[in-house]
Design a protein around this ligand. Structure first.
Ligand SMILES: [Fe+2]
Length: 202
């Protein structure tokens, strides 16, 4: 019977020498954190939109969860070990730590939108790095997953009735009523399209 080899035998260190591996690790870590964030909001959301947001957050959590395995296993395919401890994932994540529970559903949407935009930006960078390195498998993975994040970002943006970036000044007088209802302002996106917002109808 052949002897079992060391788990680390033949694998490159987890410092992730190539840019592609660093992008995969970061997005694996971001996905784990965003999954937990979504579940936390799913459990703790309250208010008139409870049912809609409770269900939407769980749906998005499942979508994000579905990306974690492929991001980790892609690193194994490329010869690196896959991270799994909370400490390692936390240090690899580029999403801000969740210090306290958001004080409103508006704030929940704002934090989730920011997280998706960070991930979308990261996946664009990962796609480019994979393309440069001649790695179509990783490029395809990022290309597919970024579409999921763009769709989730779109749903949240519509729910939040985020104002358009360019036309905000012109529409401020018409929009201020909605803004006053929800309190804080949701940060505008970087490099993602924005559309005229419309109020929630609940
Ligand atoms: Fe649940």
């Amino acid at each position: 019977m052949p002897a079992l080899g060391s788990l680390r035998e033949g694998t490159m260190p987890r410092t992730h020498a190539t840019p592609v591996l660093s992008h995969l690790l970061r997005e694996q870590a971001n996905a784990v954190q965003l999954y937990l964030q979504y579940k936390g909001y799913h459990w703790n959301v309250a208010g008139p939109l409870f049912r809609e947001l409770h269900l939407l957050f769980d749906e998005h959590a499942a979508t994000v969860f579905g990306t974690i395995d492929a991001l980790a296993e892609r690193q194994r395919m490329l010869g690196a070990p896959a991270a799994y401890t909370l400490e390692e994932l936390r240090s690899a994540s580029t999403l801000p730590a969740e210090g306290t529970l958001p004080g409103s559903t508006r704030e929940m949407l704002a934090r989730l939108l920011a997280a998706h935009r960070t991930i979308i930006e990261g996946m664009h960078a990962g796609f480019k790095a994979a393309d440069v390195e001649g790695d179509p498998g990783t490029a395809d993975l990022f290309a597919r997953f970024v579409q999921s994040h763009q769709k989730m970002e779109w749903f949240l943006r519509e729910l939040a009735s985020e104002p358009p970036v360019v036309a905000e000044e012109q529409s401020r007088s018409a929009y201020v009523g909605e803004k006053a209802t929800y309190g804080s302002t949701i940060p505008t996106s970087h490099g993602t399209p924005s559309f005229p917002g419309h109020p929630m109808t609940s």
